[in-house]
Ligand binder design. Structure first.
Ligand code: ZN
Length: 1023
């Protein structure tokens, strides 16, 4: 009979096809069979398989609930496949809440997560006579969802009482033909819907899908081939040569800790990656990019069998380690040296375990990217960068997807932002079209990356995603989609000659609250960066001064890895749950305690008999300076209140017996109105009875810093209620709620009357539940006024800052970043300017006009802003999600204000910020018979010698790292008293540049720097 043609109405035809699909779906499993036996036990611990299988299992059945949150339920699954199923594809169907992992023969074999669309474990592709039909497997179910256990919403604090239910557990015969038909339909419907009414291909796809419904009898498999043939007639119609090319790569973003603790991430890695390995067995073309050395190291330790399989697929080029870093760290807050160590630890791991360095820096989900990163990448063997997070910017659309990114020193890397604006695509038509259409470099670049696979909580790709992508390899009207690799993509992009360049930071216009929230994590980070710096410097000294000293390289590596782990992009930024904060604080505590022991070991090795045997008090003092310039400062004698003014050479020590006296002692004078004047011959401050600085002058010129009629050190509080991402965001409208804190609790009183140190104290009431206590300290000869601050903080969604309105006019303020600084505007002229109403900074920020300026220094704060002439330091926030207890409690931090003549470079603001952060070490000595000693000094004030450490690869070598901090081209001498026999330039991975042997002369080695250049030198020691 001739086919009867009807005029097809677009909407009804589409609806007809879509409504047909459930009937097809219901035929996916043609037969089922119950399990022979199911039993289980529960444990609060995450235990190894070997322990679990020895446990006693009690009866269990489908429909049972288990939990609560964070428990683990181990199921023993005894099954027997019916003989009638010979030749059939048989799955264990497992649908439960929580995240599951199937174990078979003592090995993990399949991750099961309902939310990640993984509910079956393939027992056999085609059941044979010879394979075992009866077997026992185990399913380890974690009582948390893919995204933790938020109560009521994703980012709400976890519900501790959540219950988890086993909904389905049985054997099924899987009908692969039905699965393929479903994917065919899905792609055709996707084309029909998303290509749009004006597109010819949209109708072709729709009419073919309609015809498939006409021909298909779901009960009769003999109708399937013709129907599939129809679908492939569409898929096989090819594009022209000019079509956009999508480089699809499997990916599985696993937050190293976020809405779940670190320990759960270890299991997330196993669940996700074993699933990837299963997919690789069946899909030889499937590629998967995997970042974060720490996660791979976890799997190496906890699941060695799986790790061996991963190494195998890495050799085949399917499992592709990327990123080069230890974790996907925050891109703003870690110090320059921390970022170097992220790469150093990461790249060394990838080299050792996979035989190659990563060529791409991979940081898809981080809240902004420092303008120093391009240079650091270069130094670590990386010229390529991938992220997509800037698509989250609230105000401005970033103008490129493929471009050169140039850092503050001029280093350039090739950057690619996958235009699909996601690192967890599912392989849908709409996503591929979005990837093509969103490309903002059309005409310049015709290639894009598409990262597919469930992410954030892990999960990764599915077979269905792969099957979708296969149909879009080259289908007229759709972008071409090929399975690719980061290397293939970037190799193509590198050949493009018309790319634009973006210079400076990649600032995310969202999540700006992460610079401030969870203040104790920020403090831990800054403090531990300092501890590891000092431990390395002093251990290096000890190594060169005492032949029997063992450099603690293994302990230091362990501590560094803990610090680097805590720099993960949901931990240090403070966007994690309370459990994670507790873990992170434990790691900081370990760094503090072990770090203190390492410092003590180094000091004992250096001074031996000069140190007192017991805790007796001594007259003499040894003072150590880990910074590369001479310092004259007031220190406290250990264990006493007594002060001493000491002078210590650059990166060295001196013994102090006869104390220095200051040419100009500090004076503190109280006025009748309760205000106080503090002076030290360098600066003079006047504080009112509320501790506000009403005047701050340079002593020699009388130049005033505080804006007339205003008060500096003014605490202000804001309502801080973001729209959704509570811990992450501070919105621009919070600025409209500014309230100065003016409730005096204890008026200003003098604590130290002057001499070497003067100080005053006061306290303010923030609210009925929160109090600030501050001691304002001025030391002899010190160019800055310190504010030792303690806050008892018990607020809800409020933001505490301190303001310094300055008598300075400038269009830009300067902020310290990693190994350098950058300027940001103080005005809100354009949308790009006002989107930066809250920015980040490291140890200092500065507002200068010609000849004069004011710097704000801090010892553990990162959030900042300068608008007009008001400098603000962000102090504390109080979000309630995902950690309802965030920041509640007692806080201690110090900031300082430093007015200065000339530029901040001329005034040594950078050095003073280091001094505030790296206090001198004073240790009691039985004798001062010890000459002053300096290991290193640098002749140019522009160059900072930041790091001294033992070389990773050779015990007779030290690596020193220096950077140009002023933004100038300089030649400098690095002088050393250490027994150096050879000096070779090396990169950040400590690979010596054989062509760059440096000439050792009487003064040391001569080094040339361009603005913000970071240089490393390998010093080989005489034995
Ligand atoms: Zn993430």
């Amino acid at each position: 009979m001739a086919e009867r043609l009807v005029l097809k109405h677009r909407r009804t035809t589409l609806e007809r096809v879509e409504k047909f699909l459930p009937a097809l779906q219901s035929r996916l499993f043609t037969d089922t069979c119950p399990l022979v036996c199911l039993s289980c036990f529960q444990t609060p611990q995450r235990i190894p398989y070997e322990d679990a299988v020895r446990h006693e299992f009690g009866p269990a059945k489908v429909g049972d609930s288990f939990g609560p949150t964070w428990q683990t339920c181990w199921f023993k699954v005894e099954l027997s496949i019916p003989r009638e199923w010979l030749g059939k594809e048989v799955h264990l169907l497992w649908e439960s809440d929580g995240e599951g992992l199937v174990w078979r023969d003592a090995q993990p074999v399949q991750g099961l997560t309902k939310e990640g669309e993984k509910t079956s474990y393939i027992l056999t592709d085609s059941l044979t006579e010879v394979e075992p039909h009866s077997l026992t497997v185990y399913v380890e179910v974690a009582c948390n969802d893919l995204f933790g256990a938020g109560k009521g919403s994703l980012i709400a604090p976890p519900d501790p009482d959540k219950k988890f239910t086993l909904n389905q557990a049985e054997l099924v015969v899987f009908n692969r033909d039905i699965h393929e038909l479903l994917v065919d339909f899905e792609i055709l419907v996707g084309m029909a819907k998303h290509l749009g009414e004006e597109n010819q291909r949209s109708f072709q796809a729709l009419y073919v899908a309609n015809q498939m419904v006409n021909l298909l009898d779901v009960t009769d498999s003999s109708t399937f081939p013709a129907v599939r043939q129809l679908a492939s007639s569409i898929f096989s119609q090819k594009n022209g040569e000019s079509q956009h090319m999508i480089h699809a790569m499997g990916h599985c973003h696993i937050d190293t800790a976020w809405l779940w603790p670190y320990e759960e991430s270890i299991r997330k890695c196993a669940r996700s990656w074993v699933t990837v390995v299963r997919l690789m067995e069946k899909n030889p073309e499937f590629t998967f990019a995997c970042s974060q050395a720490q996660q791979l190291e976890w799997v190496r330790n906890w699941y060695p069998g799986l790790f061996a399989q991963i190494q195998d697929y890495a050799r085949k080029g399917q499992f592709i380690p990327v990123g080069g870093t230890w974790v996907e760290m925050d891109g703003n807050l870690p110090s320059g040296e921390s970022m170097v160590r992220q790469f150093l630890q990461g790249q060394r791991f990838f080299q050792q375990q996979f035989g190659r360095l990563c060529l791409e820096f991979w940081l898809p989900d981080t809240f902004g990217y420092s303008a120093q990163l391009p240079q650091l990448m270069h130094g670590c063997g990386i010229r390529r960068f991938l992220t997509q997070k800037l698509s989250w910017s609230l105000v401005n659309n970033f103008p490129h997807n493929t471009f050169f990114w140039e850092g503050i020193d001029g280093s350039r890397v090739l950057a690619h932002f996958p235009p699909g604006n996601s690192y967890e695509l599912k392989g849908h038509v709409e996503e591929m079209l979005r990837t093509m259409n969103n490309n903002r470099d059309k005409g310049r670049v015709n290639h894009s990356a598409a990262l597919f696979g469930f992410g954030d909580g892990g999960g990764g790709p599915t077979q269905k995603m792969l099957d979708r992508l296969k149909r879009m390899r080259d289908t007229d009207g759709l972008p071409r989609v090929q399975m690719s690799t980061p290397d293939k993509l970037f190799s193509v992009l590198e050949k493009k000659t018309q790319l634009c360049t973006w210079i400076g930071e990649l600032f995310l216009e969202l999540h700006n609250g992460t610079y401030t929230v969870q203040a104790q994590l920020k403090r831990g980070n800054r403090e531990c960066e300092r501890i590891l710096h000092d431990a390395e410097v002093l251990s290096s000294f000890a190594l060169t001064q005492k032949s029997t000293f063992q450099y603690p390289s293994i302990k230091l590596q362990h501590l560094w890895r803990l610090l680097l782990l805590n720099q993960f992009h949901d931990v240090l930024p403070g966007s994690c749950i309370q459990l994670v904060v507790e873990d992170a604080m434990r790691y900081y505590a370990e760094i503090r305690s072990v770090g203190a022991l390492l410092l003590q070991d180094a000091i004992e090795a250096l001074f031996g008999k000069l140190l007192p045997a017991g805790p007796e008090t001594t007259e003499s003092l040894l003072v150590l300076n880990t910074l590369p310039w001479e310092r004259t400062e007031v220190v406290s004698r250990p264990g006493t209140e007594a002060l001493a003014l000491v002078k210590v050479p650059s990166m060295g020590y001196s013994a102090v017996n006869d104390l220095l006296t200051s040419p100009h002692p500090v004076t503190v004078t109280k006025q009748v109105d309760g205000s106080v004047t503090m002076e030290n011959g360098v600066i003079a401050a006047h504080l009112d009875s509320m501790g506000r600085v009403t005047s701050l002058r340079l002593a020699h010129s009388g130049r005033e810093s505080v804006l007339d009629g205003h008060c500096a050190n003014q605490f202000v509080i804001f309502d801080d209620v973001p729209l959704y991402w509570d811990a992450w965001d501070v919105m621009d409208y919070h600025l409209e709620t500014r309230k100065p804190i003016t409730t005096l609790l204890t008026p200003l009183e003098i604590v130290l009357a002057g001499g070497l140190r003067g100080s005053v104290k006061f306290s303010l009431q923030i609210s009925e539940r929160s109090v600030i206590t501050q001691e304002v300290v001025l030391d002899a000869m010190c160019p800055y006024l310190r504010f030792l601050t303690q806050v008892d903080w018990n607020e809800t969604r409020r933001f505490l800052k301190v303001e310094f309105p300055c008598c300075v006019r400038s269009m830009n303020a300067t902020y310290e970043i990693q190994f350098g600084h950058l300027e940001r505007p103080t005005h809100w002229n354009t949308s790009w300017d006002w989107a930066r109403f809250e920015v980040w900074s490291h140890k200092w920020m500065d507002l200068s006009e010609h000849g004069f300026g004011v710097a704000l220094l801090n010892d553990c704060k990162y959030g900042a802003s300068v608008h007009d002439n008001v400098m603000s330091l962000s102090l504390l926030r109080a979000p309630k999600s995902p950690d309802a207890t965030a920041d509640i409690g007692h806080h201690r931090f110090t900031y300082a204000v430093m007015p200065h003549r000339g530029s901040f470079q001329e005034a040594s603001v950078i050095q003073n910020a280091y001094n505030l952060n790296f206090p001198l070490h004073a240790v009691p000595a039985v004798s001062a018979q010890c000459p002053a000693w300096s290991a290193f000094s640098v002749s140019s004030a522009a160059v900072v010698l930041e790091t001294v450490k033992q070389a990773e690869a050779r015990r007779d070598g030290l690596v020193v790292r220096l950077y140009e901090s002023h933004g100038s081209t300089v030649v400098t001498w690095l002088q050393t008293s250490l027994p150096v026999k050879e000096a070779i330039s090396c990169d950040l991975l400590e690979r010596p540049d054989p062509s760059s042997h440096l000439l050792l002369q009487e003064h040391g080695v001569k080094l040339t720097f361009t603005p913000f250049q970071v240089r490393s030198v390998l010093l080989i020691l005489r034995q």
